[in-house]
Design a protein around this ligand. Structure first.
Ligand SMILES: [Zn+2]
Length: 538
């Protein structure tokens, strides 16, 4: 008997929050989203901690907490240093692997942390953390040419060209993605389709101070606010256009990987660790930038040299210099820049911070606990900057993660003022708490609650508000919709309550399967997929 399947379209809006929806609903720009909410189900989608794009999307597409996939942020700790993660670091099978081996084709567009792309039955266009437009970011490989033909200005990551404002860049990137996604969805029909837009997140990071009167650096600028409203209207219009690309038997999910809100400032964690005797540098931090400057190394010079000469090795070694380049010479060293690590006295260092967490530098279990407890109590006693309540929560890794890959996890993850202060790992700042970056650059940070809306023939109607939905629930729920047994090692649960009473996914029992492992089995599956006659369905 042929297996009945429901075609599903998932639209990912990075960082989207219902707060923005509520704020601008009265402007009439959210017609499509409102319709889907009213005729479907919706609710907050609880993300993971660390509440970042990476790992959150990987947690979505595996249905697992970061401890089972080994990814905790965009940079990964290497013995004494760090590098940018790639899809190869995700130590788990993904929903498309399970769908493919059950005979379903998958069209995957711009999902973060999917570079390098993997062979799938269908197509895959890699998303955020694709190095650059020259990278082979598609499967099949020749799809890239097609994309660049459809949209020569297609962008794989956030970049602002000289002639552009930030909103220009965001709008152009969004238009290009919509154009390419529309083309792919129309031409390469798949059983499961997913598209992600990061532009919502970028907009929030850079425009929040224009739309939130409570922002400490609020700027009353109607023109900028209108630009935000126009953009959000485009997002809603796109959702409607995508809906119309499919027939009425398509179910649709709209989701985000986290929410967004005010960013007040940064806590310079490595400066603090240095000052409190946890992190030891071989030279005084001022000496580092001076030393580098003396031999002619500044971020900007390295950036321009490496771009000009196309020194692949150099750019590989220093990806953050490229991606976070700010055109100014300053005395602060970005910690993530590989060179900073050369100045750490690892013998004397007890702890250091990278990305969103603190790593303890000892192999001795007793010392580990002692250092960790000391940091916990020292952080608790931190004096907040004037006028701020820090409300610090510091998680130990075992509070947040479970699985086989806890070794690479940050040992401590401090959250300040519900994300209002972010960790900054740069060193040589004037103060532990600084506000200059927020003033001149990103002025929003993430929040734990993202959005989830489901709508379609199998979905319960009536605009029921869901409670307690986790980003980890979506992978098992999607597999269940396709009647694919849910792997036992997924952390999420099937959201049966979203389905209509008489629908098949509601009536059908949830089936489970033993977890698929990496290695030989995976190789075999990949081979099988390569041999599949993709053309039949596409
Ligand atoms: Zn995100």
């Amino acid at each position: 008997m042929a297996m009945k399947y429901s075609r599903l379209l998932v639209i990912g809006l990075d960082g989207m929050t219902f707060d923005l929806y509520k704020q601008y609903k009265a402007r009439g720009i959210f017609k499509n989203i409102t319709e889907m909410m009213n005729k479907g189900v919706y609710g907050n989608l609880k993300s993971v901690i660390p509440t970042d794009t990476v790992p959150a999307w990987a947690c979505f597409y595996t249905g697992k907490n970061p401890g089972k996939i080994g990814v905790y942020g965009t940079s990964k700790k290497e013995s004494f240093g760090a590098r940018t993660v790639s899809s190869k670091d995700v130590k788990s099978r993904k929903i498309w692997n399970y769908l493919n081996e059950n005979g379903y084709t998958t069209g995957l567009f711009a999902i973060p942390l999917t570079y390098p792309p993997e062979p799938v039955s269908g197509f895959m266009v890699s998303g955020m953390l694709t190095p650059n437009i020259k990278s082979n970011f598609t499967y099949p490989e020749e799809l890239k040419e097609e994309i660049l033909r459809i949209s020569p200005s297609y962008r794989v990551s956030f970049e602002v060209k000289k002639s552009e404002t930030i909103m220009d860049a965001i709008n152009r990137s969004f238009e290009a993605r919509v154009k390419v996604a529309t083309y792919l969805l129309g031409k390469r029909k798949c059983d499961f389709v997913m598209v992600v837009f990061n532009e919502t997140d970028w907009m929030e990071h850079f425009m929040w101070k224009y739309i939130d009167k409570n922002h400490p650096f609020f700027e009353n600028n109607k023109k900028k606010e209108e630009e935000v409203i126009d953009f959000l209207g485009q997002v809603d219009k796109t959702i409607g256009d995508f809906k119309n690309l499919f027939s009425s038997d398509t179910n649709i999910m709209i989701m985000s990987d986290h929410g967004a809100g005010i960013l007040h400032g940064h806590f310079n964690i490595n400066d603090w660790l240095i000052q409190n005797g946890y992190l030891a540098m071989r030279k005084k931090q001022k000496g580092i930038s001076k030393g580098l400057a003396k031999i002619g190394i500044t971020r900007e010079k390295l950036l321009s040299i490496s771009l000009k000469l196309g020194l692949r090795e150099l750019t590989k070694q220093l990806p953050f210099w490229i991606r976070r380049s700010i055109p100014e010479e300053k005395n602060v060293i970005e910690w993530d820049d590989a060179l900073a690590f050369n100045y750490v006295d690892w013998e004397k260092t007890k702890a250091w911070a990278l990305g969103n967490g603190i790593y303890i530098n000892t192999k001795n279990p007793e010392e580990y606990i002692k250092i960790r407890n000391n940091i916990l109590s020292d952080i608790k006693n931190l004096k907040p900057p004037v006028g701020n309540d820090l409300n610090i929560t510091t998680y130990k890794k075992e509070d947040l993660f479970s699985g086989d890959y806890l070794d690479g996890a940050p040992d401590l993850i401090p959250l300040f003022g519900e994300y209002k202060f972010l960790l900054s790992t740069s060193i040589g700042n004037n103060d532990f708490f600084t506000f200059d970056k927020v003033k001149r650059s990103r002025n929003a940070s993430h929040r734990l609650n993202g959005i989830f809306i489901a709508y379609g023939p199998d979905i319960k109607g009536g605009g029921k508000k869901l409670e307690g939905t986790s980003i980890l629930d979506l992978a098992p729920t999607i597999l269940h919709m396709y009647n694919v047994p849910v792997p036992e090692d997924m952390d999420g649960k099937v959201l049966k309550e979203i389905f209509k009473g008489n629908s098949e996914p509601r009536r059908r029992e949830v089936k489970y399967q033993r977890a698929g492992k990496e290695g030989g089995e995976r190789g075999k599956i990949k081979e099988r997929i390569r041999k599949l006659k993709v053309g039949e369905r596409i």
